[in-house]
Unconditional design. Structure first.
Length: 675
């Protein structure tokens, strides 16, 4: 079985996403509908072009009577009435109705529109179909009203986490053409159908908006329908390529399949394929609404590196690693579409880079040639950052979690714990390559972990401390502390103590996990759920679930993950962050995030327990929930295809169609790769 576009369709009537989060992208252009309208369009981005405040509204006339489409919520003749919408990766389809007596004659129309971002040029096509539902013929006409706004042309070096700057007001230079000093906006139209539309007949109308450089006319040698079809074909092809190696999940547990697919599509819509970008696909952090068309190592490498690696394949992962290295990952937190490094060094970039490469090496057996690069990056941090004994001082919020109060700063457990993990991975690779320095790296990792336990662990409160250079100490009950469980820092007693804080009403809310525990009255606040409480960054809750499965805590892991299932039912794709006390999303943050892939990562590599190893062996330890059945099928490892079938207290592991284990969940190890 393979995925298709309709597998990712979402009925927007069920959406709780803020209206400004609803966009649709092609990997080249992204565009939004106007909420409450059947055919209105607002906003268009296609680097280097940006038209944030561009709008197009459509009026139609029936026998000369104007039927407007403005989302009017009054009474009486309000014009076209919005009746629903469906989101797909390649388009947004909307429906509307007009059924009203005008001068004692009934006008009854059914309207369907498709909003399609173009896949090879900066623009979109709007396709509108109108059916005459009366018992007589009518004259139908459609008229677009374009507000070109303030389009701009921004260098690929300058696209970042925020929206590009707006340009100057345009002026009309001809019918359907507007221009400022940077950008030309062109309206194209096609009307297909009879002049007089009979009872039950359909009229079809298409309009397109194109952005080109000032003075550059639009090349038009194809129909708008051809452009529309090309986006469909490009998206079908993208899904086949990027989902070919992604395991399928099927389950009778309510909400699980929806959550898995919405997690998966959250990654798909972050892959841009513009020929002028630093690589194709270029994995962006967000970007569906034109902001966040940049690459963050923490998202691409830190949260769901294994699933992203299955999407991209080994060659592209290694290309991504080289791009990050060339762009200065040790000096910058993120990269523009051109590959240019942006902003200051980020404390989680090193771990993210290591994790990206490590996942590729263990999954595909490729990437060991990056050993010297990895070593140099690790040693660069040692030289760049102030040392506090064996621990490093990672600075203030701008380099860490960006909280809104004095908190998780300077000498902290994470990312010092990730640093120890990096030394161990470097040692593993050194052993594989036959380098004698592996013992040096393992000794360094051990000393870092010992220092964390000695200087940052607070046994009285069962939590980690943050130490400032001036001697000030903070204890921040942040979700980030649970990451130390994955890094080999915690003794059994420390792990037990940490998990006692994972309670209802503190870290756990009915709809997810809070980034700061409500028990932390110094730091918990509700204005920034990203890292300061009341919700969390979208990758954090599934990462916690993954961590708990890795720690042999399946019941707690499942309890955490299933709190997120509302997201699969009520969001077309996952946003930058969400609340944990209510099924709601902050409207002022990004509408999508590549870290949404972490849900898929948690289920494949956490619940199913799939663990590829450096020596080419494969360990599988399924930990099914005590409710329903779950099947994860089609995972590919080297020359094998693995299926994991789970139900309460039982699992079956299948290799290339043949069962190799069936019984109570336990660790099953496939032999080492012969290569």
């Amino acid at each position: 079985m393979t995925y298709h576009l309709n597998d990712f369709a979402f009925d927007l009537r069920a959406s709780v996403a803020p209206t400004n989060h609803i966009w649709v992208g092609s990997g080249f252009s992204t565009v939004a509908p106007i909420a409450g309208t059947v055919a209105g369009v607002s906003g268009l981005f296609s680097p280097p072009f940006a038209a944030k405040d561009m709008e197009m509204l459509l009026d139609l006339t029936a026998d000369g009577h104007r039927v407007s489409d403005t989302g009017n919520r009054g009474k009486g003749d309000c014009g076209l009435l919005y009746a629903g919408a469906k989101w797909r990766p390649d388009r947004i389809e909307r429906t509307g109705t007009y059924h009203y007596y005008v001068e004692d004659r009934l006008i009854s129309l059914s309207v369907r529109s498709s909003l399609i971002p173009l896949a090879d040029r900066a623009g979109f096509v709007l396709s509108v179909r109108v059916v005459n539902r009366t018992d007589r013929s009518m004259k139908l006409n459609m008229f677009p009203h374009v507000t070109p706004g303030h389009p701009s042309l921004q260098s690929l070096n300058d696209w970042d986490f925020g929206h590009p700057s707006m340009g100057a007001q345009v002026h009309e230079i001809g019918a359907g053409t507007w221009e400022n000093d940077q950008v030309r906006v062109t309206l194209l139209q096609e009307e297909i159908g009879p002049d007089l539309v009979g009872s039950g007949e359909e009229a079809v109308y298409r309009a397109a908006i194109l952005l080109t450089k000032a003075g550059e006319s639009v090349s038009r040698d194809e129909s708008l329908a051809t452009w529309e079809q090309r986006t469909h074909e490009v998206w079908e092809n993208r899904i086949q390529r990027y989902c070919e190696a992604i395991p399928q999940l099927s389950s009778d547990i309510p909400g699980l399949e929806d959550y898995y697919r919405r997690s998966l599509v959250s990654g798909l819509i972050c892959l841009w394929e513009h020929p002028d970008f630093a690589m194709q696909p270029f994995p962006v952090v967000a970007g569906i609404e034109g902001a966040g068309i940049c690459c963050y190592p923490w998202d691409t490498g830190g949260y769901a590196a294994r699933i992203l690696g299955l999407m991209l394949g080994s060659d592209k992962v290694i290309e991504l690693a080289h791009m990050m290295a060339r762009s200065g990952i040790e000096r910058h937190s993120r990269f523009a579409p051109s590959g240019l490094g942006k902003d200051v060094p980020y404390s989680y970039s090193l771990w993210s880079f290591y994790n990206l490469v490590w996942c590729n090496v263990t999954q595909y057996g490729e990437g060991l040639e990056l050993y010297d690069l990895l070593k140099n990056l690790l040693l660069h941090d040692e030289e760049r950052l102030p040392a506090w004994g064996e621990l490093l001082d990672y600075g203030k919020q701008h380099n860490l979690l960006e909280m809104r109060s004095a908190a998780h700063e300077h000498v902290v457990s994470s990312p010092n714990a990730e640093r120890a993990w990096c030394y161990d991975r470097l040692a593993d690779m050194a052993d594989r390559l036959g380098h004698e320095e592996s013992g040096t790296w393992r000794d360094k990792a051990s000393r870092i972990r010992a220092a964390i336990r000695e200087h940052l662990w607070d046994p009285e409160n069962g939590w980690f401390l943050c130490r400032y250079p001036n001697g000030h100490v903070e204890r921040v009950y942040t979700i980030q502390a649970f990451d130390t469980l994955r890094m080999g820092v915690c003794t059994a007693d420390m792990a037990k103590a940490l998990l006692t804080h994972l309670n209802e009403g503190t870290f756990l809310g009915p709809y997810g996990v809070s980034s700061i525990s409500a028990e932390d009255t110094l730091h918990y606040e509700l204005n920034d759920p990203d890292w300061s409480g009341g919700g969390s960054y979208t990758g954090e809750s599934p990462t916690l679930a993954l961590t708990l499965w890795e720690q042999g805590q399946p019941e707690l892991a499942w309890d955490v993950l299933k709190r997120l299932f509302w997201m699969g039912k009520h969001l077309p794709y996952f946003p930058q962050e969400h609340y944990s006390d209510r099924p709601t999303v902050p409207s002022h943050k990004r509408g999508n995030i590549i870290a949404g892939l972490t849900g898929t990562e948690a289920l494949v590599f956490g619940m199913a327990g799939i663990k590829p190893k450096l020596d080419g062996s494969l360990e599988i330890f399924p930990q099914p929930p005590h409710e329903g059945s779950v099947s994860i099928t089609g995972y590919r490892y080297r020359d094998q295809q693995i299926d994991v079938l789970m139900k309460p207290n039982h699992c079956t592991i299948v290799c290339n169609g043949e069962p190799v284990y069936s019984g109570a969940p336990s660790i099953y190890i496939f032999p080492k790769d012969s290569r």
